[in-house]
Design a protein around this ligand. Structure first.
Ligand SMILES: Nc1nc2c(ncn2[C@@H]2O[C@H](COP(=O)(O)OP(=O)(O)OP(=O)(O)O)[C@@H](O)[C@H]2O)c(=O)[nH]1
Length: 228
């Protein structure tokens, strides 16, 4: 078993970021106004770590697959409407045997990115079970987004885009197809989450509500891409 994706240290569980950090905070090389916890969930090998590495470092982790052990996280600060939003993104192990470890972290997350692999039907079929688990362990108002990853693998596709869209609609969650390999829609997914969380935390009563579905659709169309 590799430790490429090492487990979270006690220090982080003890000093976890509070739900909404509104003062300007600084850690090593990293200024931010507000911080949120985001978790990546989904079956083993759907590409959670690769999506995170693509977003954080702009690179693709190809080569031999090494499964995550336990839970790990990385931070990234993004700009949203002149605010520095820090996303602390927790990468969980998809393998069943780590499930009890990851359950413990659900309740601290403000957003969950739930991934399946468009070239792996069981990973899509398991999404309903993941959503049941989320409803059991996560906060009631957690932001959920469904991602069909590996959209670059057109020849191996076994889950149609429309199937992903239909399932997402049924659960009322936003959806897009991503590729950690090409980078398609990866930044958009995290930015949409950051915007939604920032609006929820700072919204004034007279301000219109941020519409995450509309934002995603407008941005997908802007880049002329459909996630394929
Ligand atoms: N073609 C293609 N391959 C991908 C993509 N994302 C991930 N992979 C490959 O899929 C395999 C699994 O990726 P990981 O990111 O390690 O999967 P994971 O979901 O983190 O797996 P666990 O840690 O076991 O939960 C690796 O061999 C990756 O190179 C993608 O978008 N396109």
């Amino acid at each position: 078993m590799s430790t490429r994706k090492a487990s979270l240290t006690d220090q982080h569980t003890k000093n976890g970021t509070s739900k909404y950090v509104l003062e300007r905070c600084a850690s090593i090389n990293e200024y931010y106004d507000i911080a949120f916890k985001v978790m990546l969930l989904g079956d083993s090998a759907v590409g959670k770590t690769c999506v995170l590495v693509r977003f954080k470092d702009g690179a693709f982790l190809g080569g031999n697959f090494i499964a995550t052990v336990g839970i790990d996280f990385r931070n990234k600060v993004v700009d949203v409407d002149n605010l520095k939003v820090k996303l602390q993104i927790w990468d969980t192990a998809g393998q069943e045997r780590f499930r009890s470890v990851t359950h413990a972290y659900y309740r601290d997350a403000q957003a969950l990115l739930l991934l399946y692999d468009i070239s792996n039907k069981p990973s899509f079929d398991n999404i309903r079970a993941w959503l049941t688990e989320i409803h059991e362990y996560a906060q009631k108002d957690v932001v959920i987004m469904l991602l069909g990853n590996k959209s670059d693998m057109a020849a191996e596709r076994v889950v149609k885009t429309e199937e992903g869209e239909k399932l997402a609609k049924e659960y009322g969650v936003p959806f897009m197809e991503t590729s950690a390999k090409t980078g398609v829609n990866v930044e958009l997914a995290f930015l949409a989450i950051a915007k939604e969380l920032k609006h929820r935390a700072t919204q004034q009563p007279n301000e219109p509500k941020f519409q995450i579905h509309d934002y995603i659709e407008s941005q997908k169309h802007k880049s002329g891409c459909c996630g394929l």
